[in-house]
Design a protein around this ligand. Structure first.
Ligand code: PXG
Length: 283
């Protein structure tokens, strides 16, 4: 396996981050999770725009330009000779001292990993995932901004632990007002009376690239799709619910806290969107 590490393709054994890297010491950094299909990276530019937005927010100066990061990503995919797979692109604040001050880290570090990714089994896309409501709330932007894809994932991991402990596939995360934000690593959509709905990003959701692709698919298929503030009642009374993310793609969620959503199976609109997503990624 070849890893792109600060400008060079190296063997994985050689790709080593310093113990003084602030990404390790403080989770001070940003990342992207990207997929490629038939050797083509899905919505690469959009991912790298989000990466640069996250870096700008955290005042991490990129040693590489936008074009260089895109080229490095494609170079790493090509070097690993795989058809389909997952890319993890990480930018850390770089090496510094043991203090928090980012100014003591002179240069950000970047690495790109390309790996196989196991899809969920096919029957999961029919039966759907079970969800629990997490007791951990998505933080307000004045605590930790959910729109920044930073290396600080303890909020989501805490919620994921609750889901795993309860045997659920995902955790629904509410914001400080008790409204629906998203799941630990996926955006959430519901369908009611033929209308597809998802919370606005300001409710505490990451601007998912798959979420955006679903907007495009709905426009193309003539399915109404709107951003709407929603709570657990809206999810529990929905006709259909589905989650979107680079790893999960588009997957139905058919129960919440042991209560069935819709028919308890992936619904017709979810299936139409999923079918179109699967062709779109290979166009
Ligand atoms: N919300 C959060 C908090 C995420 O981390 C998404 C939504 C979906 O965004 P995209 O752009 O992928 O459609 C993400 C991204 C995992 C895993 O192992 C998932 C993400 C990141 C890291 C790991 O499931 N999801």
């Amino acid at each position: 396996m070849k890893i792109w590490f600060d400008g060079k393709l190296v063997d994985s054994a050689e790709a080593q981050v310093s113990v003084f890297d602030h990404g390790v010491l403080y989770g001070d950094g940003v990342f992207e999770g990207i997929r490629f299909y038939s050797g083509k990276v899905f919505r690469l530019q959009e991912h790298i725009v989000r990466l640069f937005d996250s870096m700008r927010y955290l005042m991490i100066d990129s040693p590489w330009t936008f074009e260089e990061v895109c080229a490095a990503t494609e170079e790493t995919v090509a070097a690993n000779g795989m058809e389909d797979g997952y890319i993890r692109l990480v930018v850390t604040r770089g090496t510094g001292d043991l203090g928090l001050n980012p100014r003591n880290c002179p240069k950000a570090s970047m690495f790109i990993i390309v790996q196989n990714i196991a899809l969920y089994p096919a029957e999961m896309y029919e039966k759907g995932l079970s969800m629990i409501t997490s007791s951990f709330r998505r933080p307000n932007p004045d605590i930790l901004c959910p729109q920044v894809k930073s290396l600080n994932y303890l909020n989501g991991i805490s919620a994921k632990i609750e889901a795993v402990q309860q045997g659920a596939g995902e955790a629904l995360m509410l914001n400080q007002h008790g409204n629906v934000a998203e799941c630990t690593g996926d955006n959430i959509f519901i369908v009611r009376n033929g209308v597809v709905m998802t919370p606005p990003l300001t409710e505490g959701a990451l601007g998912g690239i798959t979420r955006h692709a679903v907007f495009d698919i709905c426009t193309e298929l003539g399915i109404p799709c709107v951003e709407k503030v929603m709570n657990r009642f809206d999810v529990l009374s929905a006709d259909e619910c589905f989650l979107t993310g680079t790893a999960a793609e588009v997957i139905a969620a058919t129960s919440l806290d042991g209560r069935t959503i819709g028919t308890g199976q992936a619904g017709p609109i979810t299936n139409r969107i999923l079918a179109r997503f699967r062709t779109l990624v290979r166009e």
